[in-house]
Ligand binder design. Structure first.
Ligand code: NAD
Length: 503
């Protein structure tokens, strides 16, 4: 892999089209900021409609190129597996790239880059298991069957919070199926997608199968979602942007998979070990500085343990170390963007104005190095209500609001009283209650006595304004392939079409 932190530092990185880095047609480059210093560290290319067009053309040509189209599934599977192996071989470098680009913890990224190859391996194994089916039709001497085929060119638009993981979730199955891809990474974290496209060439995946057009949403993203050459979009990002993309795609009658925002409920009953549940809440909303779509940012606690729970949560939060993402003992790094930090500050302010109290956190760290970067203290807001603005809108930061509840019915009503439906969590030893929750909650994922424990083998996705479509498991293979029905008549005869026989 030629793309490294060293090669990027102070450099200009082009677009990745047809297997090579190319300059953007506009000649424009945009700085990418290091969130620990708020300083630019390299420049990425601003792709425009002409660049998007050449990337889509390259992907279309690769789709029909016999080097890809006529490759056996087994061979394709091997290439997907090889790409995963290369991610592993370059794990530390990729981890550092991600860390510099969006401030994710280096230790977390090192672990993530070592886990991601398993996902490539999993989907590589599915390349030759995408079965069709035979259908027993009411016609003699005939064979009716469904074929599963690749869709074509997939447009992937991803966010900044976990680019490599978000990309892998659909890139690996799309490759295994035989699709080709145009990726539009976030303008706030572009480098890892470019590095991955470069690794794909090293893995032996033909040029043009993966193309990366960097740039902002308004220019590059819009151009991609208006391009008539795309067969399906997968979008991971905010609900606001999702609506625009789905609108553009609808114009071209192109389907989408939408992985959008959330405002996930995290419910604690009194029969649980408080420390364990506190760790669950901390992991659910403070890990990754709360910059996760599944963040359990609305916490409902059964009345009898409310005070004890808040006390334990505040105590645990006090021990969280906010710091530089490359330092081993750091628990929470910076917020990835200045605008995102301002948003977090604004939500905390609005919560306080509406009557919530800051039990801990609530501001930027004031000391030296941390004051310079885009850091924010993990924040617990008590005396919160579900109708406060910070409890209704996605914050995407380390902020949780705590609300007491008395009955299970009241809790379900509160938990479902949101426009979102991405994830949910419940802590209880009562399996009947846990199962009632699993049945009654409007969320694509339900965690019982754990939180933020994702697996690429299971299908995940949203309900309501959190989106539609599923990623993970075999479900994603169905989402990115198409069905074609074939009927063979082997009777050796063809009925006169104008002779109608009544049964
Ligand atoms: P965003 O919606 O601002 O941007 C996401 C991507 O869309 C970026 O690449 C951006 O450039 C692009 N974009 C913006 N405007 C566009 C337009 N008009 N046309 C085409 N593309 C456009 O989101 P973000 O701030 O990068 O990421 C945070 C959001 O992502 C949160 O809402 C979070 O919940 C969500 N998210 C969801 C999941 C999930 O699996 N459901 C996972 C991670 C993040």
């Amino acid at each position: 892999m030629k793309t490294t932190v060293k090669s990027l530092e102070g450099s200009r990185q082009g677009l990745f089209i047809d297997g090579a880095f190319v300059a953007p047609s506009s000649g424009l480059y945009v700085p990418s900021y290091d969130p620990t210093t708020a300083e630019p560290w390299y420049e990425f290319a601003q792709g425009d409609a002409a660049d998007v067009d050449s990337a889509v053309r390259s992907a279309k040509a690769a789709f029909v190129n016999p080097a890809w189209r006529r490759m056996t599934q087994t061979e394709r599977g091997k290439l997907v597996r090889r790409l995963g192996e290369l991610v592993l071989e370059n794990a530390d470098e990729l981890a550092m790239i991600e860390c510099r680009d969006n401030g994710k913890l280096l230790k977390e990224m090192r672990a993530q880059m070592r886990a991601i190859p398993d996902s490539y391996l999993y989907f590589a194994g599915m390349a030759d298991k995408l079965l069709g089916e035979t259908i027993p039709v009411n016609k003699l001497d005939s064979l009716n069957f469904n074929l599963r085929e690749p869709l074509g060119v997939i447009g992937m638009i991803i966010p900044w919070n976990s680019p490599m993981m978000m990309l892998t979730g659909t890139l690996a199955p799309c490759l295994a199926i035989g699709n080709t891809i145009v990726v539009k990474p976030s303008e706030h974290a572009t480098a890892s997608s470019l590095a991955l496209a470069e690794l794909a060439i090293e893995a032996g995946i033909p040029p043009g199968v993966i193309n990366v057009v960097s740039g902002d949403g308004a220019t590059t993203g819009e151009a991609l979602t208006r391009h008539p050459g795309i067969t399906k979009y997968v979008f991971t990002g905010s609900t606001f942007t999702g609506r625009k993309i789905a609108g553009n795609a609808a114009h071209n009658l192109v389907p989408c998979q939408m992985e959008l925002g959330g405002k996930s409920p995290h419910v604690i009953f009194s029969d649980v070990d408080i420390d364990r549940a506190v760790n669950g809440v901390v992991s659910g909303v403070f890990a990754a500085a709360g910059q996760t779509c599944v963040a359990g940012s609305r916490c409902f606690v059964e009345q009898p343990i409310y005070n004890r729970f808040v006390e334990a949560l505040v105590e645990r939060t006090r021990r969280i170390k906010v710091g530089h993402p490359q330092v081993e003992v750091t628990d929470i790094g910076p917020i990835a963007l200045a605008s995102q930090l301002a948003k977090v500050e604004d939500y905390v302010g609005s919560g306080v104005r509406e009557g919530a109290k800051v039990a801990i956190g609530g501001r930027k760290p004031q000391n030296g190095e941390l004051a310079r970067g885009w850091y924010f203290e993990p924040t617990v807001l008590v005396e919160a209500r579900n109708d406060m603005r910070f409890m209704r809108e996605e914050i995407f930061g380390p902020v949780v609001g705590i609300v007491p509840f008395k009955t299970e019915e009241e809790m379900i009503e509160l938990a479902n009283d949101t426009e979102y439906g991405l994830a949910s969590g419940i802590w209880t030893k009562d399996i009947d209650r846990a199962m009632r929750f699993a049945r009654n909650i409007d969320a694509g994922t339900v965690w019982i006595n754990t939180y933020r424990s994702a697996a690429y083998m299971s299908a995940n996705g949203g309900m309501k304004n959190s989106g539609y479509g599923r990623r993970g498991g075999f479900e994603v293979m169905r989402e990115f392939s198409r069905l074609k029905n074939v009927l063979i008549d082997y009777s050796g005869a063809m009925q006169d079409p104008f002779v109608i026989r009544l049964r």
